[in-house]
Design a protein around this ligand. Structure first.
Ligand code: 13P
Length: 354
């Protein structure tokens, strides 16, 4: 069984490729559509996903796509299920299986990600629909006093149980504990919290008997809070991130695929590149599993119009190519020339992910 899962993991973190997270829930995608004046209907969301999944050349840099429940049930315009459409291009279909972060009782400002009830049956059904890997996102907020131990351990426990169930059902679990960027904290505090969270998560994975060889970790990078008066430099982010991962992620994990977390898309690429360029031991493949940092430019270029489909696909291709290079530490600024005007517009601020 694990042989199977290990070959899926190997295909996901194959050299020069990463994962496209296109698993926004209907309410989240609707918010993004709203900010651009795009009407959100089942059909417009389907069209958007099909645009992304059929971008010419993207498969060169994208090994897997994470879908939402609505999307994995949809078909392309030729009537082929989107999961099959991806597989035919050599892209592994994945599925978001948590049901979202809910407030933790008695702990103001903190949440626990839910979705364990009935998960075994849902995983079985998703596998039948073609999914080969899954994602579960826990979120941890930083303030002067948070996170609480209760929040960290509840989320770690849920991630452990989710991952064990995935492996039982022959799906590779992507374990995503996201320490949020919101706040005025300095980079050192993010490193401290990220380290404590990773420690708790790997303890829970061990307790639940999860095979580390058959999973991927999807962490945040170690950065200063978005409202921190002293933003960290590129080198500081890369150094603190790699130090934190070396301290807390076992070498048996084959791959680390970062989330972008609301970073500007080019900065997310630059950070990934800088981390991969650092010398010293990196026992895991380090790549991307970006949502916003891959999709923002494509969504804006498309803007819901048929005549912009090609432009949207080119934007996705471009960011995938840049991030593919960054996963090898070979990204250079000149690669951006063709997208020089894709600066982050105001309406993107405050966007959140699932
Ligand atoms: P972002 O890259 O936009 O953070 O999304 C990644 C993701 O999958 C969040 O769960």
């Amino acid at each position: 069984m694990n042989q199977d899962l290990e070959s899926i993991v190997a295909a996901l973190v194959v050299r020069g490729k990463g994962i496209l997270a296109a698993d926004e829930t209907v309410p989240t995608l609707t918010k993004r559509f709203d900010s651009l004046g795009i009407q959100s209907t089942e059909e417009s969301r389907r069209t958007y996903r099909e645009m992304l999944f059929s971008a010419t050349g993207a498969a060169e840099f994208v090994s897997g796509v994470i879908m939402a429940d609505e999307t994995i049930r949809q078909k392309n315009s030729g009537g082929m299920p989107l999961a099959e459409f991806l597989s035919n291009q050599g892209i592994l279909p994945g599925i978001k299986v948590d049901t979202g972060a809910k407030p933790l009782a008695g702990l103001s400002g903190e949440s626990v990600t839910e979705g364990l009830d009935g998960l075994r049956d849902r995983l079985r059904a998703y596998h039948d629909m073609g999914a080969r890997f899954a994602k579960w996102r826990a979120i941890i907020a930083i303030t002067d006093t948070l996170p609480s131990q209760a929040c960290v351990s509840a989320n770690a426990h849920a991630l452990g149980r989710y991952a064990a169930l995935c492996q039982e059902q022959r799906l590779v679990p992507i374990v995503e504990p996201e320490v949020l960027m919101n706040g005025s904290h300095a980079i050192g505090r993010c490193e401290e919290v990220t380290g404590a969270v990773l420690h708790a998560v790997f303890r829970a994975l061990f307790e639940q008997g999860v095979s580390l060889e058959s999973m991927l970790l999807k962490p945040n990078m170690v950065v200063a809070g978005t409202a921190c008066p002293n933003p960290a430099s590129l080198q500081e982010v890369a150094t603190a991130t790699l130090r934190c991962l070396r301290r807390h992620v076992p070498a048996a994990v084959p791959g680390i695929v970062f989330l972008s977390g609301g970073q500007d898309d080019r900065l997310a690429t630059t950070h990934l590149n800088a981390i991969n360029q650092l010398p010293g031991s990196k026992p895991w493949t380090i790549s991307f599993s970006y949502g916003r940092a891959l999709q923002d430019a494509a969504l804006e270029a498309w803007c819901g119009r048929e005549e912009n489909l090609k432009a949207g696909q080119q934007a996705l291709y471009h960011r995938s190519r840049c991030n593919g290079a960054a996963s090898l530490g070979k990204y250079i600024d000149e690669m951006e020339v063709e997208a020089a005007d894709a600066a982050s517009p105001l309406h993107r601020h405050g966007w959140h992910d699932d």
